[in-house]
Design a protein around this ligand. Structure first.
Ligand SMILES: Nc1nc2c(ncn2[C@@H]2O[C@H](COP(=O)(O)OP(=O)(O)O)[C@@H](O)[C@H]2O)c(=O)[nH]1
Ligand SMILES: [Mg+2]
Length: 257
């Protein structure tokens, strides 16, 4: 018996079964395929080729900003809000610089733990694989898998504000840049890069001194500046509304072009 051939046949069955399970929204298949894609295994790419896009495209929201600004806390609130609207939510937490941010991902896990038993929520950490370019590609692939699995809202959180963050969040229909008061220099630095790709700027920690000044300052740069207190859920309904409006206008522009 030719083992190589047997191997190939079972792989092909794997590919078809996996693709079917992903399209049926199977969480275990989703997780496995994303791992294959992260590791650049050809079987992952083969599954990806068999995936079809859903009739209604997912709403993809990128959230970026410096560590500690409250991205994960905000994300947790957004998950809860979209779940109340009956949406299936997928989350890709991309940690580009785990060595810089220490236990950021672990902290995120704990913060979002309350959604762990919810079958309508899938949370995935995308870890560093050498260069950030590979991570950007793996994230795009994972996004495609989640879309095929019919997650209606997909949230991508990136840590830091490097070029690779911009590359990653740029695949999102809506990009949210998060800032917190008291990070004056960071806000200046962000103006050069992140604010250019941001559709919405959120000044989180609105309960802190300096939030008003930050909002006023940023309004000169970006038309959509909102203030939130993520720990208390303040400003979340307003943010959801602005995201919906921004996506609506984008889709309209897309239809007209
Ligand atoms: N005072 C205040 N603290 C907040 C707010 N949002 C988040 N935090 C806290 O800021 C810290 C960092 O939040 P986290 O969501 O992990 O930030 P991330 O690194 O950007 O993901 C945590 O201790 C949060 O509890 C807020 O609106 N106000
Ligand atoms: Mg975080």
């Amino acid at each position: 018996m030719n083992h190589a051939c047997v191997g190939r046949v079972s792989k092909r069955e794997d590919v078809e079964t996996m693709a079917r399970q992903v399209l049926a929204g199977g969480v275990r298949a989703v997780a496995r395929v994303i791992t294959w894609l992260e590791n650049r295994e050809p079987v992952g790419t083969a599954v990806l080729k068999r995936l079809t896009s859903p009739e209604r495209p997912a709403m993809v929201i990128g959230i970026t900003g410096y560590p500690g600004t409250g991205k994960s806390t905000l994300l947790d609130q957004l998950i809860a809000a979209y779940r109340r609207l009956g949406k299936r939510v997928g989350v890709l937490a991309v940690d580009i610089s785990s060595s810089l941010t220490g236990g950021a991902v672990l902290g995120d896990r704990i913060r979002m733990q309350r959604h762990a038993d919810d079958a309508g929520v899938y949370i995935r950490s995308m870890a560093t694989r050498g260069q950030s370019g590979g991570l950007a590609r793996a994230t795009r692939d994972a996004l495609q898998v989640l879309e095929a699995a019919a997650y209606e809202v997909i949230l991508i959180e990136t840590v830091g504000v490097g070029q690779s963050d911009i590359e990653i969040v740029s695949v999102a229909g809506t990009v949210i840049a998060l800032v917190a008061p008291g990070l004056g220099d960071d806000v200046q630095a962000m103006k050069a890069g992140l604010l250019e790709v941001a559709d919405i700027v959120v000044v989180n920690k609105g309960d802190r001194e300096g939030a008003d000044t930050a909002v006023r300052d940023l309004r000169e740069w970006c038309p959509h500046v909102l203030r939130t207190v993520a720990v208390k859920g303040e400003g979340i309904p307003e943010l959801i509304a602005v995201i919906a409006e921004q996506q609506r206008l984008r889709d309209l522009a897309h239809t007209l072009s």
